[in-house]
Design a protein around this ligand. Structure first.
Ligand code: FAD
Length: 313
């Protein structure tokens, strides 16, 4: 399989590739193979080869919502290369509406800044969210009452057997969930935005980034919110009320600024992070009878969350 992947034009492979450096928290082991693709055709061909070989695969975006197991990933990890970092010229689609298509690998915050400069409103909520456009679609990333599903028109996906555009309205959207099948790679997204005034949109960005600076840890490595907010409440509030701010396991620490953030304050391992998550979740369950669901996605390893975050790695 490795030889067949290596022969695909526009694809590159690395064996035993450390994945931690591709994530914002910076922990975890290696992938058997890391593959980058520079075109949808190369990606489709690579996914067919991997599927034919029956080898597990996964896709890594900006790695800002991802915890890689210490044991790494036994299979192929796919990453879109710079060819997927583009924004097409906006097109008018009637009235004040404009359509903007962006590549799946483009950093979401760069897209938000780009459209703000162009005087297009709708992606202000995304100005401080790290990660890629593709990851944001899959996670239905959101903040400040906005989310990707509110402005997304369609996604272009590539899978081992099928590729093409999917209309956003056909997906099963939810809180931090898109309903996209797990074997589909988002290679592009089409957003419906509204003409506005660039200076006002940029001012809105400054306000939202200011809120983020005041309420979230800065200058530490993390993966953002550890747990999703339960219906009608906030994971951060529940965790803080249990006195968990500052609690540490190895190199992983509950942020003193926001109790739903875990910081890698030393040389944290995935085991440290998972151990801390397990303790946080167990404490909230005992104290508040609320079961928190992890928002972070775990790549590799085998973890059982349903009965209180038991971990087997
Ligand atoms: C400091 C900080 C602040 C954050 N604030 C927010 C916030 O306000 N709101 C919010 O929603 N999130 C927030 N996050 C979490 C994270 O940035 C988002 O979930 C983001 O959308 C993840 O995108 P990514 O490209 O990094 O995805 P990754 O972390 O790489 O992957 C996440 C999931 O998406 C899948 N995936 C990634 N790319 C693709 C693709 N192209 N096609 C198919 N599947 C893909 C992966 O397989 C994985 O399952 C924050 C994170 C950090 C570190």
């Amino acid at each position: 399989m490795a030889a067949r992947l290596g022969a695909i034009p526009d694809a590159r492979t690395w064996r035993d590739a450390p994945l931690g450096p591709f994530t914002t928290i910076g922990v975890g082991g290696k992938a058997d193979i890391l593959l980058t693709a520079a075109s949808s055709a190369a990606l489709a061909e690579a996914l067919r080869v991997v599927a034919d070989a029956g080898v597990p695969w996964s896709i890594l975006g900006g790695g800002s919502n991802l915890l890689v197991a210490d044991s790494g990933f036994a299979g192929v990890v796919v990453k879109l290369d710079d060819a997927f970092h583009y924004v097409e010229t906006p097109v008018g689609v009637g009235g004040r509406s404009m359509r903007v298509v962006a590549g799946g690998g483009l950093p979401l915050s760069r897209l938000a800044a780009h459209v703000a400069q162009a005087g297009l409103s709708g992606l202000e909520f995304a100005c401080g969210i790290p990660g890629s456009v593709g990851g944001a679609v899959v996670m239905n990333a959101g903040a400040h009452s906005g989310s990707v599903s509110g402005v997304l028109e369609a996604v272009h996906v590539v899978g081992p057997t099928d590729s093409g555009w999917l209309q956003a309205e056909l997906l099963d959207w939810g809180y931090r969930r898109s309903g996209l099948p797990g074997d589909m790679v988002v290679t592009a997204a089409s957003f419906r935005l509204t003409r506005g005034v660039s200076a006002e949109i940029l001012e809105h960005h400054r306000t939202l980034l200011g809120v983020r600076r005041r309420t979230q840890p800065r200058a530490t490595r993390s993966f953002g919110s550890t747990f999703s907010n339960p219906p009608g409440d906030y994971a951060g509030r529940l965790l803080e009320s249990c006195g968990l701010k500052g609690v540490r396991r190895g190199g992983a620490q509950v942020s003193a600024v926001h109790a739903n953030f875990i910081s890698n304050v030393g040389d944290a391992t995935a085991g440290d992070v998972l151990g801390l998550m397990s303790m946080m979740r167990g404490t909230v369950r005992t104290r508040h009878e609320v079961v928190l669901d992890p928002e972070v996605r775990v790549l590799g390893g085998s973890f059982l969350w349903d009965q209180g975050a038991e971990v087997s790695d």
